[in-house]
Design a protein around this ligand. Structure first.
Ligand code: PLP
Length: 414
């Protein structure tokens, strides 16, 4: 397919997709319009952790869509309660508020923290401490505390009330907390920053800090949650119980946007009828699919699978040697492969992987993300990792050396 065939002037350019035109997905496979099959190594940013077209999810989607889909939250329905009850059970928390996108779940957590700070702690203008290089979504308030200029440039004025400290640095977080602080809000593992795993003990340290200062610990598990890091939630790696957690992505079973803020009762109690909501948030169809997604993860032991396959993936990645490979990080079935930019960009590698039948994306210029659906077979995982190793190794000389050699080659031919 020629590059010009991908461009459509009616599609807003807020993404720069890789040159592949997809039309079908099943399990850990995707097919392009020419019928070529690829191994999916990114699961739509973990939204498709259960695999594409999961039969149980599709059956539930069809059955529920034919019965009742969107009656609105103006009425009770028979699916929302069981879904949120199950969410509380798996998180160990008390009350859940359903939304649609991950960013909306984060907005909900921010509103809860502010109102809790105001109503419960009596702070006039509560602030929230966040981590440098965070990614929590793209709303105007959320980008207000991003440290990435690409998410902020030209979108000001920004929402005040956030203080930032280096991810993984407990002393810096301690110093950032003021008498006006209501909460600490972080990703337990930073996904979009390049799959950054904090030092052991950091989350537990944040929990102690929050207890000492009487503030909330809110964890954004939109990407790290529901098995991606090898446990149901990344906070379980340190036996930490947060005051609230944000979930999304895989919660929709790979077919719908379903998100939630789940919290302890005294936190969620700050919401009163009318103070927060969403037309589609917690609709009957989303609730039925969300509940089925949680049941599929449990019944198919997908968390255990993520843990076992992830250990294999990380062991293989750590064993890779190539001049252009700078670092490998990860936890569970989730890795960031950092490249030496002198050799190749992450996009170069992703484009090279397309030719080898593997799809994934870059996060920033230098990190290739690997986060396949949990249902991927061990053989396909191995094939995909072979392709990753081959592609990175194919960039065996620094770009300037390659460019000079290509120039000399052209001169010889003319
Ligand atoms: N929080 C985290 C940790 C994320 O990784 C993302 C998306 O990548 C979001 C929030 C935003 O989710 P959404 O794109 O569904 O709004």
């Amino acid at each position: 397919m020629h590059n010009s065939e991908f461009s459509n002037p009616h599609v807003a350019r807020n993404y720069a997709p890789l040159p592949v035109m997809l039309t079908r997905g099943e399990g850990a496979y995707l097919w392009d319009v020419a019928g070529r099959r690829y191994i999916d190594m990114m699961s739509a940013y973990s939204a498709v952790s259960l695999g594409h077209a999961h039969p149980r999810i599709l059956a539930k989607l069809a059955e529920q869509a034919q019965r009742l889909a969107v009656p609105s939250r103006a009425f009770f329905d028979d699916r929302l309660g069981p879904f949120l009850e199950e969410l509380c059970k798996v998180t160990g928390l008390d009350v859940a508020l359903p939304m649609n996108s991950g960013a909306e779940a984060v907005e909900t957590a921010i509103k809860a923290a502010r109102r809790w700070g105001n109503h419960v702690k009596g702070i006039d203008s509560p602030d929230i401490v966040v981590a440098d290089n965070n990614f929590h979504g793209r709303t105007t308030t959320i980008i207000s505390f991003s440290s990435q200029s690409q998410y902020r440039d030209g979108f000001g004025p920004f929402t005040p009330g956030f203080r930032s400290a280096p991810f993984g640095d407990l002393a810096a977080f301690e110093a950032a907390v003021t008498p006006n602080t209501a909460a600490i809000l972080v990703e337990p593992i930073q996904g979009e920053a390049g799959v950054i795993v904090p030092p052991d003990g950091w989350l537990a340290g944040l929990r102690r800090l929050c207890d000492k200062r009487g503030i909330l610990l809110l964890l954004d598990e939109v990407q790290s949650g529901l098995g991606r890091s090898g446990t149901w939630f990344a906070f379980q790696h340190e036996n930490v119980v947060p005051d609230g957690v944000m979930l999304g992505k895989a919660l929709g079973g790979g077919v719908l946007p379903v998100s939630a803020f789940v919290a302890k009762r005294d936190v969620m109690n700050v919401f009163t009828p009318g103070s927060h909501g969403s037309t589609f948030g917690g609709n009957t169809l989303a609730a039925a699919v969300g509940l089925e997604a949680l049941r599929v993860i449990r019944d198919e032991r997908l968390v255990e699978r993520s843990q076992a396959l992830g250990a294999r993936m990380l062991q293989r990645l750590h064993g890779m040697r190539a001049p252009g490979l700078a670092d490998v990080r990860g936890r569970g079935l989730w890795a960031g492969v950092e490249l030496d930019p002198r050799y190749a960009s992450a996009r170069d590698i992703c484009e090279g992987l397309i030719d080898r039948g593997v799809l994934t994306t870059a996060t920033h210029d230098t990190v290739v993300r690997l986060a396949p659906p949990f249902v991927i077979s061990q053989d396909d995982l191995d094939l995909a990792l072979d392709a990753v190793a081959e592609t990175i190794s194919s960039f065996d000389a620094p770009r300037n050396v390659r460019d000079a050699a290509a120039g000399a080659d052209r001169r010889l031919k003319t």
